[in-house]
Design a protein around this ligand. Structure first.
Ligand code: KG4
Ligand code: ZN
Length: 351
């Protein structure tokens, strides 16, 4: 059954020229976001983070869905207001369709579908991970296809060969935990609240990265593994605390710096290898962990040494946000890749 109405189809036919004013919605995990984009330029980017999970040490899916339900209307209104755009002016609407928490995705997708139907405008379904990479196209310094992207988030760690906006090949990915999980689980062992990545990053800045040695994962090819590293931190803390109670607290900055160093070293080992094997000279980084100061500095250093062009999104476009969904929507709109109202979101990487 095709649920695209004749009016929407007529409007789609009119889009020969890629002028566009689009609204994008992000609700894949624990951030409710809305963004307005005009012809590839971000006009607004509103994100409401959910503090409700802090007490639980991780994201509680049901609480996330309910918080999205509460936040989505005010967040969309704020995004439209900041962009000085009314609902009636919109020419398309996009939402994160996958991967993510299914209850959270359903809130954004249902809202986007309703708006698309009421406004009779095309609907676009966005892959959250592709959108993280396409955030590299926000601003003036953009990569040119093909390029390699290191995507490091709370749920994924991938080295991707980007051949076009929606044409990518995964060269390597994590076999167990994601880089963000290594940060968050490590932080939990250190008694730090969720999400621990930004806290480890901050504490590491006044610690010694060479103070302690953690495991260096030995995984063939371009895949990653962070679970051994996490276990090595667990045993290290257990042994040190047995010898010297209170060790973790008194050496917190050095432990954070050394643990972060071990995570970055593994990421760098694989990135260097991917660049060498493909011969590509452009490297982008994406995802929440791309906000890590130590990782950004290490990649700057590697890129200037190896003469790669490095593309790093602004901090606000690294962690989950709707501007990256809007940028992906811009490419979808240009390619006229629309979906009908039967579309259903998926927790998985592919729909
Ligand atoms: O991309 P993102 O916002 O959400 C997912 O799609 O997963 O990534 C969230 C992850 C969390 O694990 C968080 O701890 C980590 O990114 N993160 C950081 C930093 N900022 C966020 N990890 C290390 N250093 C940071 N500055
Ligand atoms: Zn993400």
């Amino acid at each position: 059954m095709n649920l695209t109405s004749p009016l929407v189809e007529a409007k789609i036919m009119l889009y020969v020229c890629p002028m566009s004013l689009l609204l994008a919605i992000e609700s894949s995990c624990d951030d409710t976001g809305a963004s307005v984009i005009r012809d590839g330029e971000i006009l607004s980017n509103v994100v409401a983070s959910q503090s409700v999970h802090e007490a639980w040490g991780g994201v509680v899916p049901e609480l996330a869905s309910r918080a999205h339900q509460q936040q989505i209307v005010p967040v969309v209104h704020a995004a439209l207001e900041q962009a000085h755009v009314s609902l009636k002016q919109l020419e398309g609407i996009a939402f994160t369709a996958h991967p993510g928490l299914i209850g959270s995705l359903l809130v954004g997708s249902s809202y986007a579908k309703s708006l698309a139907q009421v406004l009779q405008i095309p609907l676009m379904a966005i892959n959250h991970m592709e959108a993280h990479v396409l955030a590299l196209f926000i601003g003036t310094n953009k990569p040119i296809f093909p390029f390699i992207c290191l995507t490091v988030s709370g749920g994924h760690t991938q080295l991707v060969l980007m051949k076009g906006p929606f044409d990518s090949e995964i060269l390597g990915e994590t076999l167990d935990d994601a880089a963000g999980e290594a940060f968050d689980k490590g932080a939990k062992m250190l008694g730090l609240p969720y999400p621990g990545g930004p806290l480890i990053d901050r504490l590491a800045q006044s610690g010694n990265p060479k103070a302690f040695e953690f495991a260096r994962p030995d995984i063939p090819g371009l895949n990653f593994s962070f679970s051994g590293l996490k276990t090595s931190l667990l045993y290290f803390l257990r042994d040190q605390e047995a010898q010297q109670p209170g060790f973790t607290q008194t050496h917190l900055n050095d432990i954070c710096a050394s643990y972060q160093f071990a995570i970055i070293r593994h990421i760098l080992d694989k990135t260097r290898k991917a660049m060498k094997e493909t011969g590509i000279k452009q490297l982008g980084i994406a995802g929440g962990v791309a906000a890590n100061k130590g990782l950004r500095e290490a990649l700057q250093h590697l890129s200037s040494e190896k003469k790669y062009a490095l593309f790093v999104p602004e901090m606000a476009y690294c962690t989950d946000n709707a501007a990256m969904i809007a940028m992906a929507a811009h490419f979808k709109f240009e390619a006229k890749q629309f979906v009908n109202l039967e579309i259903s979101p998926s927790a998985r990487y592919s729909l």
